[in-house]
Design a protein around this ligand. Structure first.
Ligand SMILES: [Zn+2]
Length: 277
């Protein structure tokens, strides 16, 4: 089971005790690319002094402390120069290259920057919003509408039939094997969303839906919630829209497929299935 929920070195907070110009770890994004150094033994993200001359910040938001030092999410202007010794990297490509808690914190930084960018004005009346000091929220001084960072829940499940697992292909992901997944709709429980997605995409019923694990997926603002469920009847039939192929696989023939990348919850669930059978 994942231990990704354990932020061992990051203590989250929205209220900085500094003035914003103190020495700190910076999660700097320019055009969705994160500024990093990749030397062995480093935390992966630079300190203020390493970025000062080259990065022009558009927005800077306090994240709490990392290893006892303040840390900030920073959106750099597109014309920012890459400081010497550092690189801009697409966040997904850094999985496994930086430590897991740094990768997770970078995802948090990316989502908070996006929230700040998208909520400068009230969505109801158009007034310029104010950022609250005590919590991660923006409030409209005119009508009082309050907006928190947006999270879109997505359910994903391994469906087991005896010792076989349901694998689907989607034209969207080429040859990659996937599990059934979909966004939760307003008013649904997670279990209802899972049952609906499974029925819509492959036309079968499931039972004994059990929670597996969850994962923040900041592309751009998803929370993946993983389940394991048991087949409970019906003939497999792909919907031809989101799922182009669906089939039952055992461990032996599963190994021949192109599996989802290691960074994903889908892959974690499949790897757990492989270990079990
Ligand atoms: Zn308003």
């Amino acid at each position: 089971m994942s231990n990704r929920c354990l932020y061992k070195r990051h203590i989250p907070s929205v209220k900085s005790t500094g003035k914003g110009d103190e020495e700190a770890y910076l999660f700097v994004f320019c055009d969705n690319m994160l500024l990093v150094h990749l030397e062995e033994g480093s935390p992966g993200v630079p300190l203020t002094k390493e970025c000062k001359l080259d990065i022009t910040p558009i927005r800077k938001l306090y994240l709490g402390t990392l290893m006892g030092e303040p840390c900030y999410a920073v959106e750099g202007a597109a014309d920012s120069q890459c400081p010497e010794g550092l690189e801009f990297k697409e966040l997904r490509s850094l999985y496994g290259l930086v430590e897991e808690d740094i990768y997770a914190l970078a995802g948090r930084a990316k989502q908070i920057l996006l929230w700040d960018q998208n909520h400068q004005f009230c969505g109801r009346c158009g007034t310029k919003t104010k950022t609250l000091a005590a919590e991660r929220a923006k409030v409209c001084p005119q009508c009082g509408l309050t907006r928190y960072p947006h999270i879109s829940p997505v359910v994903i499940a391994a469906i087991l039939k005896g010792e076989q697992i349901l694998i689907v292909h989607s034209d969207q992901y080429g040859k990659m094997a996937s599990l059934i997944a979909g966004f939760v709709e307003a008013g649904e429980t997670l279990e209802e969303a899972m049952q609906r997605e499974i029925m819509e995409e492959v036309d079968i019923k499931v039972k004994n839906i059990r929670y597996f694990s969850s994962q923040s997926w900041p592309y751009p603002d998803c929370l993946m919630i993983g389940f394991i469920a048991e087949y409970d009847g019906g003939e497999l039939a792909s919907d031809g829209v989101e799922v182009s192929y669906a089939g039952w696989f055992d461990v032996q023939n599963l190994q021949m497929l192109e599996l989802p990348p290691k960074a994903t919850l889908g892959r974690e669930i499949i790897d757990c299935y492989i270990k079990t059978y």
